[in-house]
Design a protein around this ligand. Structure first.
Ligand code: SAM
Length: 210
């Protein structure tokens, strides 16, 4: 816990007691900052547009899943774009709300840690794909697509354009945490379902073609 203090100063990163307990009690590797230059990514363009690794808090992840559950539709798949060490995916897999859970991250070292964490917990319905979000195609079926501030508007735009057909066909919903680039969703034909200013979390779906 004390080794996290330098990150608090630089990144404002302050995991709560619950985060500390969750990691320690389950014997996982989740809580840290991994700066962009340490993500181990060679593709220059995407690396330059990435943020850095920071795990979602237990509190906010529970909130996201609770609010998603209120949207009144059944999701087949949870997909975390920029899954890091897998914390959001672990919560989704343990929630029982999804038949399958996928984490996508372009950092090979973080993906290896996410896999190790999931195996350690014995989770079965979860997998991690080491891939650039700009190249990733969402699986068929209704997805809850989770984004926790993984990258800037350029990669977000590339991801949305690449998956436009998916969103039109499958009515998937985006849950965007720390949603600074939500204007990009609007520009790509998404409508805001709900937004929670205090947590900077918003839910979006593609506007149907009229
Ligand atoms: C803020 S962390 C979020 C971690 C995780 N979603 C969670 O909630 O615990 C952002 C993650 O996005 C990943 N990322 C950034 N740019 C990416 C890209 N172009 N493709 C795939 N992953 C990316 C980073 O490696 C980092 O792990």
């Amino acid at each position: 816990m004390f080794s996290l203090l330098p990150w608090r100063k630089r990144y404002g990163y302050q995991p709560g007691f619950e985060d500390f307990l969750f990691e320690t009690f389950h014997g996982l590797d989740l809580e840290s900052i991994v700066p962009r230059e340490d993500l181990g990514v060679e593709r220059q363009r995407s690396a330059a547009n990435a943020t850095y690794y920071q795990p979602i808090s237990c509190r906010n992840m529970r909130f996201v899943l609770r609010e998603a559950g209120k949207l009144g539709s059944h999701f087949q798949h949870f997909v975390d774009i920029g899954s890091g060490k897998g914390k959001a995916c672990i919560f989704a897999a343990r929630s029982g709300m999804f038949a399958a859970v996928t984490g996508v991250d372009f950092s090979a070292p973080l993906t290896a840690i996410a896999l190790k964490n999931a195996r350690h917990l014995g989770l079965k319905n979860i997998n991690f794909d080491c891939r650039d979000a700009a190249d990733y195609l969402l699986p068929p079926g209704k997805c809850l697509v989770f984004l926790y501030n993984p990258f800037d508007e350029i990669i977000l735009d590339a991801f949305l354009r690449r998956n436009r057909q998916h969103f039109l066909i499958h009515s998937s919903i985006i849950a965007y945490a720390h949603d600074g680039h939500r204007g990009v969703l609007q520009n790509n034909g998404f409508e805001l379902i709900s937004r929670f200013e205090a947590r900077k979390v918003s839910f979006h779906r593609m506007r149907p073609i009229s």
